[in-house]
Design a protein around this ligand. Structure first.
Ligand code: NAD
Length: 301
């Protein structure tokens, strides 16, 4: 596998930078393509600075790559109901151009989709990949539009195309100011002596997964040779925001919060079935209390 050439589009972001390090640890040849500087450069990773929306640059960086992770989005769940045209006119269209460029290339593309938003409101939990996806915000819908188009290209293209529906990752490198990351927000606010804002009653349940576990699962997908296209990347365990606050309180009693009105963009409960990805290659998942303690120590240090 060490002769494989991996490209991560958006490789200097939260997921991308953790993934580059994990894949470099495995001995893979990793290139990170991003418009921003790497937060903590890794000597084993090649960094290419450039704009995903520049067709010529994009065509040149994907050349001769065997595995390509698409880890970039210009909208997030919180702002997509205002900035949706950006999602459809930029992210969606440029990603379709990427699929088109990959038609004749013998590569594997792994698209980072959003397990937290594509499914929308679901009775049956944990949610399996077979559930009918009904997003309630434009971020999730842009992801779903890309997914549906990817499936059509997957049939026609030489490249194998796959979808990773990631639940709620947390860990070092996250920045809640980008619009997602409740655990990051609670810890950083606590360390700054500020209250954390909770949208709603704190009983919103999410499937939090430690970033290192996400990276292991994404790495395993690159090795997968079966016919499946879509995989949940998740812990399959639900935790409420109030429970997160309690866990942080056990570590630092200074935690405080203010409850604000709930947002229409937030589904109340999302827990994703991870049995399919676990059957590809099992990953021993970090316990959420240990994960939160590790992020707390990292941010404090
Ligand atoms: N973080 C989450 O909670 C989460 C959950 C599920 C899915 N995802 C998806 O995973 C992917 C990565 O998420 P993340 O949290 O790491 O995001 P992020 O914002 O931390 O990273 C995205 C990276 O893309 C880069 N980028 C933005 N515009 C660019 C451009 N025009 N050209 C080149 N690079 C550009 C940014 O500089 C950044 O480094 C996204 O597609 C996101 O939707 C994230």
């Amino acid at each position: 596998m060490s002769d494989k050439n991996v490209l991560i589009i958006g490789g200097n972001g939260f997921i991308g930078s953790n993934l580059s390090r994990h894949l470099a640890d495995l001995g893979w040849k990793v290139t990170s393509f991003d418009i921003a500087e790497p937060p903590m450069p890794d000597s084993r990773v090649e960094y290419i600075m450039g704009d995903f929306f520049d067709d010529n640059v994009l065509a040149s960086v994907i050349k001769s790559k065997d595995i390509i992770y698409h880890a970039l989005s210009t909208v997030n769940p919180g702002n997509s109901n205002q900035k949706y045209m950006m999602g459809y006119s930029r992210d969606f269209l440029q990603t379709i151009k990427l699929f088109d460029m990959l038609k004749e290339q013998d590569a594997k593309l792994i698209f980072l989709s959003s397990g937290g938003t594509v499914y929308g409101v679901q009775e049956q939990q944990p949610i399996s990949e077979n559930a009918s996806a009904r997003p309630i915000n434009h971020y999730g819908n842009v992801k779903l539009c890309i997914e549906n188009t990817l499936r059509v290209f997957d049939i026609q293209a030489k490249s194998k195309m796959m979808i990773a529906r990631i639940s709620n990752p947390y860990g070092p490198g996250q920045d809640h100011n980008k619009g997602v990351g409740f655990i990051d927000a609670v810890i950083r606010k606590t360390l700054a002596g500020e209250p954390v804002e909770v949208w709603g009653d704190g009983e919103i349940i999410r499937d939090y997964i430690y970033i290192a576990d996400v990276c292991k699962m994404l790495g395993n997908l690159a090795l997968y040779e079966g016919e499946e296209t879509v995989f949940n990347v998740s812990s399959a365990t639900g935790t409420s925001q109030n429970e997160i606050i309690e866990i942080v309180k056990q570590i630092d009693s200074n935690v405080s919060c203010v409850y604000k009105p709930g947002r229409s963009v937030d589904v109340r409960k999302i827990i994703l079935d991870n049995s399919k990805i676990m059957s590809v290659s099992p990953v021993e998942l970090m316990d959420i209390k240990d994960g939160i303690r590790s992020v707390y120590n990292y941010l404090k240090g």
